[in-house]
Design a protein around this ligand. Structure first.
Ligand SMILES: C[S@@+](CC[C@H](N)C(=O)[O-])C[C@H]1O[C@@H](n2cnc3c(N)ncnc32)[C@H](O)[C@@H]1O
Length: 270
C-alpha cells in the first residue's frame, strides 16, 4: 500500500480515540462524521513524526503526553477576520466607551478564543478610534487561545494584505507595510496581551472584566460544557459587564444571571 493510501485509512477506533481525546482535553466535539477533516489535519502530524498510520499516531498520543497539545493545535478551527460581526464593535463604541469614560477611564476586556488576533486588535482599534487621548486611559485587552500556533501569529501582528479588504480607511491607518505584508502599529499592539489558556482548565486571572468576547468558540463545545463556561464567564464579569458570543451561537433563553440586551450580547445582572 502506498504511503498516501495508508494515510487515507482512518480506522473507526483511531477516529474515536482522537475524537474523545479532543473532547476531553479541549471540550471540542467533532461529531460522528468529521473523518475527512481529521485525516487532512492530523496527516500533518503523521508526516512530522514519520508515522505511517493513524493507529500508530493514536498509540503515540497515549505514550507521549507532549503530542496531545500538538493534536489539539492542528484540530482547532481558527477562522477569524478583523471586525467580524461588526455590530459588537459598534455596541462597544456606542455603549461601552461612554460608560467606561464616566467610570474613570479604566477598562479590562477579554477576548477568549482570540485565534490569530484579529478580534482583540479590532477591539483595540475601536478603543483608539473613540477614546481620544489613550494616555489618559488605563485600558487593557487580554487575549487568550488554546493554540500556540495562532498565538505566535497574533503576537507577531502581521497579516496578508488581503486582511485589510473592506476595512474603513480610519482603521487601515493602524497598519504599516512590512515585507509584502501588513503589520499592526505599536499603539494597537500595546493594548493587547496574549496568553495561552485552555478554557476548560484553570483560569489564573480573577477579573473582573468589563466585557468578555467569546465568539465562535463555544459552537464547537457540547451543551453542558457551554452552559458551564457561560457561568464561569458570568462570574468573571464586573456587575453589568457584557458577554459577547458569536451571532450563530444561541445560548437559548438568557442563561441564569445574564440578560440579553442585543443580538448575541448579554449583560451580567446578578
Ligand atoms: C473560530 S476561532 C474564533 C476566533 C474569534 N473569536 C472570532 O470569532 O473570529 C475559535 C478559536 O477558539 C480556540 N479554542 C477552541 N477550543 C478552545 C479551548 N478549549 N480553550 C481555548 N481556546 C479554544 C481555537 O483555537 C480557535 O482559535
Amino acid at each position: 500500500m502506498a504511503e498516501h493510501d495508508e494515510l487515507r485509512a482512518l480506522s473507526p477506533d483511531a477516529y474515536s480515540g482522537i475524537r474523545s481525546l479532543l473532547h476531553e482535553v479541549a471540550g471540542i466535539e467533532l461529531g460522528a462524521r468529521r473523518q475527512e477533516l481529521v485525516k487532512a489535519r492530523v496527516a500533518k502530524r503523521l508526516r512530522a513524526l514519520g508515522l505511517a498510520s493513524f493507529d500508530e499516531y493514536v498509540a503515540r498520543l497515549a505514550a507521549d503526553p507532549a503530542e496531545v497539545p500538538q493534536m489539539v493545535d492542528v484540530l482547532t478551527t481558527n477562522k477569524t477576520s478583523f471586525f467580524r460581526e461588526p455590530a459588537h464593535f459598534e455596541f462597544v463604541a456606542e455603549h461601552g466607551i461612554p460608560r467606561w469614560r464616566s467610570a474613570g477611564r479604566r477598562l479590562r476586556l477579554w477576548s477568549a478564543g482570540c485565534s490569530s488576533g484579529e478580534e482583540p486588535y479590532s477591539l483595540a482599534m475601536t478603543l483608539l478610534a473613540h477614546i481620544g487621548d489613550s494616555a489618559a486611559w488605563d485600558a487593557r485587552i487580554l487575549a487568550t487561545d488554546i493554540s500556540p500556533r495562532v498565538l505566535d501569529h497574533a503576537r507577531a501582528g502581521r497579516y496578508g494584505s488581503g486582511a485589510l479588504w473592506g476595512l474603513p480607511a480610519s482603521m487601515k491607518k493602524h497598519f504599516e507595510a512590512c515585507d509584502g505584508e501588513v503589520r499592526l502599529r505599536d499603539p494597537v499592539r500595546e493594548l493587547v496581551q496574549f496568553a495561552r489558556l485552555n478554557l476548560l482548565g484553570e483560569w489564573p486571572m480573577r477579573g473582573p472584566f468589563d466585557a468578555i468576547f467569546c465568539r465562535n468558540v463555544m459552537i464547537y463545545f457540547d451543551a453542558p460544557t457551554r452552559s458551564e463556561l457561560v457561568q464561569r464567564f458570568r462570574r468573571h464579569l464586573a456587575p453589568e459587564g457584557w458577554l459577547f458570543v458569536g451571532h450563530c451561537e444561541s445560548l437559548g433563553p438568557a442563561p441564569a444571571g445574564l440578560r440579553a440586551v442585543a443580538p448575541a450580547t448579554y449583560v451580567r445582572c446578578e
